[in-house]
Design a protein. Sequence first.
Length: 285
Amino acid sequence: MKWHELALNADKNTRHVLGLSGGKDSTALAIYIRDHHPEISEKMEYFFCDTGAELEEVYEILDKLEAYLGKEITRLSSGKPFEHWLKMYDNYLPSPRQRWCTLTMKIKPFEKFVGDDPVISYIGIRADENREGYISKKPTIKALFPFVEDGIVREDVFQTLENTIGIPKYYEWRSRSGCYFCFFQRQNEWLGLKRRHPDRFEEAKRIEREVSQRKFDWLKTEVEECGQGYTWHQSGTLDEIVERAEEKEKTPTLSKKKETRKWQDLLKSELDDDPEDQACLICSL
């Protein structure tokens, strides 16, 4: 049975939910279902888990999507800002191996939102992806993957966005949605944050600087530590990462040539992250 047949034949008490991150795939999925399966879209509850640390561009695309869908996007929250949870986790910055931010600020609010109701959750993984990640372990939640079943690939996603509400502006310099300090950012994306949102970059530096100081009562001194848990990236501090990105920009390469295509067209030809460098589904789809 096809995904849309399963959806239409579901018990009347089943809730239909689609989580939005402000990223290309979940946004395109909401549009795809609205345009091709309006009877399912009518039943859909759209939600967004707001950490309070999202880029302004994320809120812009959500507002545009809300207008296009003609339905409200429910904003969920953990009830506390990031720095509150950072203290609860002993000032240990999240990392690919310790994704407490996703669990606390995205997954738990989602599971509270659906409760114990029977739920069908629509996930924006594409047909051209080999991607796994947390959806939900609750037995009352069933995941459906419309893009996988219908053969929708990366280029289709961008075309859908171009034909409707436009591609999120942060893709001009960033490969993912999510928090401004997301630890999955590449070096050039941290540089992009510094240039596009210098206030956000300075805020990320401040948080990093504060958690890197460890005080020992018996020595009455402070020792700076660098590495996983103490910096946003294991390769160094944000200043070091940005410095390397700037140096790389200045380094000429034989293959480097002037690019004349629009950034929107360049996006379609880029590759997705390697599997080990993929952000959490609920954050970045």
